[in-house]
Design a protein around this ligand. Sequence first.
Ligand code: SF4
Length: 309
Amino acid sequence: MEERYKHLNNYLKEKFGERTLKICIDGNFTCPNRDGKLSLGGCIFCSEKGSGEHIKSNKNSSNNFDFITDQVKNYFNSYKSKRANKFIAYFQNFTNTYGPIDILKKKYDSALIDDRIVALAISTRPDCINEDICKLLKSYQNKYYVWVELGLQTSNDITSKLINKCCYSKDFTYAVNLLNKYNIDIVTHIMVCLPNENFNDIKNTVEFINKHFIQGLKIHSTYIVKNTILADMYSKGLYIPLTLEEYLNYTCYILTHISPNIVIHKVSGDAPKDLLVAPDWNLHKKWILNGLDKKLKAENLWQGKYYST
Ligand code: SF4
């Protein structure tokens, strides 16, 4: 089938010669935006588990990092591991570079326990990247494909303040330059329809990303989960989520204006069913994927069609 944007699955298949799946890991990290270093509240949309709600981990299983190894072992003992032969250890919840270097190393090493693991992916905040962390991540590159996921969400610093991100576009640029220096791949997260944002913000965010050397992009719709400030705003009528049609329009804009070299890791958010407040369409990944494919085809659009440097 004709590929109108660079899908992650196809990219991984090409890179590793076969289907390669993620093992999502909760490394029991926290976040400087949650533990009081920068703030206690976190970003206004952040769920209690800091993403990765589906991950089951028993953090009290011992006083070392066996709980990480156990998550990987459990994955390999489950039916999920039968669907592929190659895997990515993906540290998902909260800020996975936030901690002393020796602890980070122990945590990552605790996941890399099986020869079928071919890649290490680390999700984090731009202000939690430094030279030592880059050196540590680089040290895994002789055996693993390594990528870092940086939450940008938006290039608009006024929005970043409004959503209490406590991290700004200059931090993103700094982190990207540092990771580029160490030749470590970067996947950027953006969120569509953050409070007070409109089409211009999407346009500016895409332009901003195109000025950086990144290798992957995750496009998320902004969804509302229980027990967040965003949920309060929604209940008071202070935040109105996008319709699916609007989201598809924005996503098409992003895809057609982003560099054609960037691998698209996601075009939807993974809203946890039991925690989702709105919008409902977020639960239907197929509606998003099929709707997007249909629109791209009908309007003869493809990734990078309107990209210009
Ligand atoms: S940076 Fe990530 S983990 Fe930290 S509060 Fe924001 S969304 Fe949550």
